[in-house]
Design a binder for this molecule. Structure first.
Ligand code: SF4
Length: 485
């Protein structure tokens, strides 16, 4: 709707960069999949590359299916469901032995994580159309948009009489080696619902607004209407809308307990409230704050530490996935261990902190799995697990969440300012750091140096922000009003 109302609004730079990254990823994958018409037993291997932007792309797709090509790239399908038109481009179609096709999408999402306790079926990218699916030790990570695209591709294949009876589709994500197979039927109901949803009559704040070019038009409309989605985005307000509550003021006036109090705080721009009379945080004689930075799934390049006085980064700007990454982690781990041993020798307690431990836990375990026994000083997975499950390892997000509530969330960026901390790099966030790492790792000296300094400043401040929250909680977080008071 906004696209028709404001045709002059250009895509944001972040969107353009994301499209470029997707195109780079797609080209990388298409370069890896088999191309040569080689004999596979008595069945010839045929790859057909279609131009998905061509006027007759859909017709070309049907032709390629009709000649039973082994691999088809850039296939296009469209259809009409209960009067609603849809169209999808399938990045790859891979012919199965029974003549049906498995659709495969290329995405920049992390679509699976290595997991020794779980298995998934996957096709090796370099053997698509030639090999069979293998069981690999991994667990899926679901991304609705990939599921939607696969569902539509299966609908197109169904109409063409080429859908696989398994309902499997594949996604090649950040790990370009594998097309991980998923049961697409789980996404079908949500895809149909999304297709048949009546067109919206006006804007409503959703997650995507944060990176949408129309926000400068939608936000004033939402504010003028006092739309409840400004406070509760996405479907979080659905249960109130069902009761006829469409504005934040109506939610406040409805006196529904905590949620109305939190809405009132949001309206008053109070960033955080206390659930408890006096807050607390774990305390140790020696305390270290840690924050990791990684580039996509390729590896962790920076382990930042702050001991209350000095920020000490363990960093590499190249060699992700190679021994250099393991060596950098080994230096970090050895330093951490020596601080622990020194504390214990001096009869002091020792604790390490981070904010939202998922990233740190993932990269500590992943690095141990990949480099233990190959790179000197890298701990075993068991040693890392012992550390993660010990009371020396403290997630300040979990500590904060048990005692506070944030009308706009309790992320580090929301909470630390309430604790009096501010970043040197004010407007630097997730996607910026991806872009900065690319510059830091690939451009000539001066530009790379500036990006490196920016990343170190950002990471150092994330460590200091975690420390600031801890101190503030220990002092009772008295600047935060008590919920409902
Ligand atoms: S800013 Fe949000 S509501 Fe507006 S068009 Fe973009 S996604 Fe839709």
């Amino acid at each position: 709707m906004q696209r028709q109302r404001f045709p002059e609004v250009q895509p944001l730079e972040a969107t353009v960069q994301r499209r470029v990254r997707r195109q780079v990823g797609l080209s990388e994958v298409l370069n890896r999949v088999p191309v040569q018409p080689v004999k596979r037993g008595r069945v010839p291997f045929v790859r057909i590359d279609l131009d998905s932007a061509a006027e007759l792309a859909e017709f070309d797709t049907l032709e390629a299916l009709a000649v039973q090509a082994t691999l088809i790239t850039g296939a296009v399908f469209s259809g009409v469901l209960e009067g609603v038109e849809w169209q999808v481009t399938a990045d790859l179609l891979v012919r199965n032995a029974d003549g049906s096709y498995t659709p495969i999408m290329v995405s920049n999402h992390r679509v699976a994580r290595p997991n020794p306790h779980r298995t998934m079926l996957a096709l090796a990218t370099t053997r698509l159309g030639m090999g069979h699916a293998l069981e690999v030790h991994a667990a899926p990570r679901h991304h609705t948009i990939d599921g939607y695209r696969l569902t539509l591709a299966l609908m197109g294949l169904e109409a063409a009489g080429c859908a696989p009876s398994t309902n499997l589709g594949g996604v090649i994500g950040q790990d370009r080696e594998w097309a991980y197979l998923i049961d697409v039927s789980r996404y079908a109901p949500a895809t149909i619902r999304a297709l048949l949803k009546p067109p919206s009559t006006g804007p409503r704040r959703v997650k995507e607004c944060a990176s949408c070019r129309f926000w400068s038009h939608c936000e004033p409309e939402l504010r003028a209407a006092d739309d409840i989605s400004l406070f509760l985005s996405g479907d979080r307000a659905d249960i109130y809308r069902e009761q006829g509550i469409n504005t934040t003021q109506a939610l406040i006036d409805a006196s529904l307990g905590d949620i109305s109090h939190i809405a009132q705080a949001w309206r008053a721009e109070i960033p955080v409230l206390r659930r408890v009379a006096r807050t607390a945080a774990p305390r140790f004689d020696v305390e270290i704050d840690v924050d990791v930075e990684a580039y996509l799934d390729l590896g962790a390049y920076l382990w930042g530490t702050f001991d209350g006085e000095e920020y000490r980064p363990f960093v590499i700007w190249s060699g992700l996935g190679e021994a250099a990454e393991g060596e950098n982690f080994a230096k970090f781990w050895t330093w951490l261990r020596s601080r622990r041993d020194k504390a214990h020798q001096e009869g002091q307690t020792f604790g390490v902190f981070c904010y939202a431990s998922n990233g740190e836990n993932h990269w500590m375990l992943s690095t141990a799995r990949r480099f233990y026994g190959k790179v000197k000083g890298v701990p075993s997975e068991e040693e890392v697990r012992d550390f993660i499950s010990s009371d020396r390892w403290n997630d300040m997000f979990a500590v904060a969440r048990s005692q506070l509530v944030g009308p706009g969330g309790l992320g580090l960026k929301q909470l630390a300012p309430a604790a009096g901390f501010h970043w040197e790099e004010e407007d630097f966030a997730g996607e910026d750091s991806l872009h900065a790492f690319l510059i830091a790792a690939t451009t000539p000296d001066a530009e790379a140096e500036a990006a490196r300094a920016q990343l170190l400043s950002y990471n150092g401040d994330d460590c200091r922000a975690t420390a600031a929250i801890r101190h503030w909680l220990r002092q009772g977080a008295l600047s935060a009003p008590v919920l409902g008071s």
